[in-house]
Design a protein around this ligand. Structure first.
Ligand code: SF4
Length: 729
């Protein structure tokens, strides 16, 4: 979409921010006559973006044109060992090669590994470094299916909560972002709206101007918590107890919606029996609240109309995160909050986007691979174990071959994967062939045999949905790729050609793949459920088009959970899950303290609960290398936030150097004795290891223990001890 007069040397291109954020903003990029992007701004015509971008992306041209970008394929120099490289001097370990040379050699090495150890010894590793439908998962999936490479279980972020929500409602849908203007009560539960869901914030402010109260439930005093009417600093991993305690009060006082329960839900009697034991007094003991506060919260929630809960993925990163998500998700069904427009809640809207993955990913190609079947699945949250496991390992490698080649794109596991020291040890293996496709040198490229230059969303075509709104959006290439950087679709198509894969799908262009993603039929419109009104041409013209489910007249409640049949086994909202019970799990949510929490024996050695929290101005590890973004996060860089009583008990004062450790590792930080965490909890921000003192980040302390549902990481169920030191030598 070009929106400038013909005589102007500038043109404006519609793109979509592809970073891992619920907002999926429509971004207008102004490009000058030399083909250089000179301005990025939020699209004022997109109802959620509303014409503004977050602080991270408002400075996006700093990232696109950073002098630190990798612009050419690089190969590790002979004799240079894998391991941490000094920031700014990484180039010294690599030599520039042509794309042809790099691709020919990578294809030959993958073939060699595949022939010698079996194709499953090749492990792809990617996540949501780009959320574009093509960039996230299309040509890459075709490539690895045809190769017979291991499949990756992409669990690292949202799997516990996502699966848990689906056990209750069948699909991840929720109150539209725009409708958050309407509630009289908003509960942000593990959701730092002001920090990393910023386009919801104007809706919250609108609601507050109309008298709504904002309650934040979060162990950390986020920006959102600081602005709330009531911040409940619940202890990590006790969210499920709090939600069940609220249910106890709601049922005890007869505040439930019997009509909604009878019509729309399944398993109420069992749930009612379960919550009887969750008295406010017991819940208070676990959560750190008073019994009166538990009662007040429950009453306020159940008697205010409309009431909406914005969950985000923070609270599902505890060992019991699946149970917590299920319990919280059940609250609006218990009170009938879905019946009131603006009421209900949202974890994600991603369940509304039915992309044509069969065509995009071509799982059928696995049948033509050397193993003739879909390959084994490796959980990305167990990367440390997977890289160090021997052939035949049953738990992580499904009894198959050891990992001999690792292909990383859209992710930086050297920084973000749990159990950092195990990951580092695995990445450092001399016999592991590692390729990384990225924009910058980072904690993973330090271990790469090849580093390949990737594009930003300004430099390639894509199409995108969202997990925070209901718009399909077209992202157009605004500028030519810098240097020799190339997008994922091109990279895996070229590699396929060199591997001798002759299927036509490896020659598909991005434009063809956008049509495939939409399943465009003979009438020129999508055949995907909910997208039948969308054509490629309309999308090109308009930039964003709402899904069918989002074109309801004003005044209607949220239909998917108030009428018809839900996508659960019973067709109803499930308080009780027969599917979970059949799998040997608890059919009801219940509070089981995480193995690493103050209630377990492990706390005798390591009594403090650690939150390895995310930065407001980074996207996991993305942006952390840019000076402007680092400046915005300077206040908590290398800091350990502590409660005054925990600091006093250890003779620690604000500004003291401290050592934080457990059995998995240690990290040197500076104590910041502030009011950000409750007693017994400490917090430190995720950063790049190579930008941290001592070359380790907070993931040196996190474990590879998995969540109760979804086999996801437990970043917020971590015990540590802290002591004062003299600082780094
Ligand atoms: S990171 Fe999120 S809020 Fe920021 S521009 Fe991208 S989608 Fe919008």
């Amino acid at each position: 979409m070009a929106a400038a007069a013909d005589s102007s040397p500038f043109r404006v291109v519609h793109t979509v921010c592809s970073h891992d954020c619920p907002d999926s903003c429509a971004v207008l990029v102004t490009v000058d006559g030399n083909g250089r992007a000179v301005k990025v701004q939020g699209d004022p015509g997109q109802p959620v973006t509303q014409g503004f971008l977050c602080g991270k992306v408002a400075k996006y041209l700093d990232r696109v044109y950073s002098p630190e970008r990798i612009l050419y394929p690089l190969r590790r120099k002979a004799g240079v060992e894998k391991g941490p490289l000094a920031k700014g001097r990484e180039h010294e370990a690599f030599e520039r090669v042509s794309w042809d040379e790099a691709l020919d050699d990578i294809a030959a090495r993958l073939q060699q590994v595949s022939d010698e150890f079996g194709p499953e010894s090749v492990l792809p590793y990617s996540y949501a470094g780009t959320m574009g439908v093509l960039g996230y998962g299309s040509m890459d999936r075709r490539f690895f299916h045809r190769l017979g490479g291991s499949q990756l279980d992409r669990t690292i972020c949202a799997e516990a909560g996502g699966q848990a929500w689906n056990f209750v409602y069948g699909k991840k849908l929720g109150t539209p972002t725009e409708d958050f203007r309407l509630p009289k009560l908003i509960i942000a539960w593990g959701a730092n709206i002001h920090g990393n869901n910023v386009h919801l914030w104007p809706m919250v402010e609108h609601a507050r101007r109309n008298g709504a109260r904002l309650i934040v439930i979060d162990p950390y005093k986020t920006r959102t918590a600081a602005l709330a009417d009531w911040h409940i600093a619940v202890r990590p991993g006790t969210d499920v107890a709090l939600a069940l305690g609220m249910m106890h009060v709601i049922l005890r006082e007869g505040l439930e919606d019997r009509a909604y329960i009878a019509e729309m839900t399944h398993g109420f009697e069992r749930l009612a029996e379960r919550v009887r034991e969750y008295t406010p007094e017991r819940v208070a003991t676990w959560t750190g609240m008073t019994a009166a506060e538990v009662e007040q919260l429950a009453r306020e929630y159940a008697t205010t109309r409309p009431a909406a809960i914005r969950l985000n993925y923070g609270m599902q990163r505890c060992e019991n995160g699946g149970a917590a998500t299920r319990a919280i998700a059940m609250l609006p069904a218990l009170t009938g909050a879905w019946k009131h427009r603006g009421g209900g809640g949202s974890l994600s809207t991603s369940g509304a986007f039915h992309w044509n993955k069969r065509e995009l990913e071509r799982m059928d190609l696995a049948l033509d691979s050397p193993i003739g079947r879909p390959a084994r699945v490796v959980n990305m949250s167990l990367l440390g174990r997977a890289l160090n496991a021997e052939t035949g390992d049953a738990e992580v490698l499904s009894g198959g071959p050891a990992v001999k080649a690792l292909f990383v794109y859209n992710s930086n596991p050297g920084a973000v994967a749990p159990n950092h020291n195990a990951v580092k040890k695995g990445l450092a293996r001399a016999d592991l062939f590692t390729v990384v496709h990225d924009l910058f040198f980072n904690d993973t490229t330090d271990y790469a045999d090849y580093v390949l230059p990737a594009t930003t969303f300004l430099e390639h075509d894509d199409i995108q949905g969202a997990y925070g709104h209901y718009f399909v959006q077209r992202s157009n290439k605004a500028i030519e790729p810098l240097g020799e950087s190339r997008p994922n679709v091109w990279l895996f198509g070229e590699l396929a050609r060199r591997m001798g894969f002759t299927e036509d799908c490896f020659r598909d262009s991005p434009e063809q793949m956008i049509r495939q993603a939409l399943a465009i039929g003979l009438d020129g419109r999508s055949k995907n459920k909910g997208m039948e009104h969308i054509s490629v041409e309309d999308l090109e013209e308009e930039g964003h088009i709402p899904l069918k489910c989002h074109r309801e007249p004003d005044g209607q409640p949220f239909k998917p959970y108030t009428e018809g049949v839900l996508a659960t086994p019973s067709g109803k909202v499930e308080f009780y899950s027969e599917a979970l019970a059949a799998a040997g799990q608890d059919g009801l949510p219940g509070y089981v303290p995480p193995a690493e929490s103050r209630w377990t024996d492990a706390a005798k050695r390591y009594p403090l609960e650690l939150l390895g929290r995310k930065a407001d101005n980074y996207m996991n590890s993305t942006f952390a290398n840019l000076p402007g973004h680092r400046k915005m996060e300077a206040r908590t860089t290398q800091q350990l936030e502590m409660h005054p009583e925990d600091a006093n008990a250890r003779g620690i004062s604000d500004g003291d150097a401290v050592r934080v450790w457990n059995d998995r590792g240690e990290i040197a930080l500076t104590a910041m004795v502030d009011g950000a965490v409750p007693r017994g909890v400490v917090a430190a921000r995720l950063d790049w290891a190579k930008l941290s003192d001592g070359g380790v980040n907070i993931n040196a302390l996190t474990s590879e223990r998995l969540t109760d549902i979804g086999a996801a990481p437990t970043f917020y169920s971590v015990l540590v001890e802290v002591e004062k030191t003299e600082g780094l030598p």
